[in-house]
Design a protein around this ligand. Sequence first.
Ligand SMILES: *Cc1c(COP(=O)(O)O)cnc(C)c1O
Length: 311
Amino acid sequence: MVSLHLRTPLLESTPLSRVAGSEVWLKMEAMQPCGSFKLRGIGRACSHHVARGVQGLVSSSGGNAGIAVAYCGRKLGLPVTVVVPLSTPERAQEMIRGEQAEVIVSGESWQEAHGHAQSLCGPDRVLIHPFDDPLLWEGHATLIDEAARSGLRPDAVLLSVGGGGLLCGVLEGLHNNGMADVPVLAMETRGAASLGASLAAGRHLELERIATVATSLGAKKVAARAWEWCGRHNVTSSSVSDLEAVESCLRFAADHRVLVEPACGASLAAVYGRHPFLRDKKRILLVVCGGVGVSFEQLLEWKQNLDREGP
Ligand SMILES: *Cc1c(COP(=O)(O)O)cnc(C)c1O
C-alpha cells in the first residue's frame, strides 16, 4: 500500500529544552506536504479505500483534514469533493482547489456542511472523517513508530487535542512500541476544551459551543475511543488561553523559524508556560502538529485583538 506521508524530522530543540530544563524533542509534523500530521491518518484511510476500489472521496472539513483528503485524492488519482460551511475562509478554499478538489460551499455550520457531504456518499464514494476512524489512528500511530525507531524513549508525550484522533493514534503508537507506561499531556485551548470538560465531569460530554482562534481544535465532543483511552492510559488534560497559544506560536516562529497554528501553539504553550506536569520529566516528545491556517500577519492580528480583550 502506498504511503502518502513523509518521515518527519525528530529534533532536539535547544531553545525549548532550555525553557523546560530538560530535553525537548520535536516531531516536526508541520513539515508534512499538507502542513500537518493529518496526512498520516488520512493518507492511510484514503489508500485503504482506493485499494478496495472506491471511485471518489468526500470531506466536510475546510481545515487541515480537507486539504489532506484533497492532496491524497490528487496523488491517488481519485476525484475529491470537499463540502465546507459559509464561514470557511477564501484562502482555505483556494488551497483545497489548489489540490484539484471540488469545493462546495453549503450551510451556516459545520454540521450542515457535514450533512450535505454525507448525502453525496454511497457504496463507491466515501466520506473521510477528520478524527473518528480507526484507519486514521493507525496512520497517526506511525509518528510514534518513527520516534521509537530513532531510539527515542520519552518520559512524556505532549500533544494537542481537537476531536482526539491524534491522541488515539499516539496512544496506539505508544502501546505498539512498548511504551504503554509513558504519560501523555493533552492540551486544548479553553474555548475548545471538550476533553478537559469530559474528564472534569467524569463523563463523555459535548460542549455547547466552541470559542477559540484554534479552529483545528474545535470539536464539541471528542471521539468515543479517545474518551475510553483516558480510562486506561495515563493522560493528563490541561488547557491554555488563546493568547497563550498565539504567543507560543510567535515565540516558536522566532525560536525555530516555523509557523504553526494556535492549535499547535496550545502544546507549545505547555513548555513555554513551564507546565507543572513537565517538571520531573527528563525527556519530552512534543508533537508539532502544524496546520496551514496561519500566517505571520494573522498571528500578529490575533495577538493584537486578544491583548485588547484582556484576560
Ligand atoms: C486536526 C488538528 C488537530 C487536532 O487533532 P484531533 O485529531 O482532531 O484531535 C490539532 N492540530 C492541528 C494542526 C490539526 O490539524
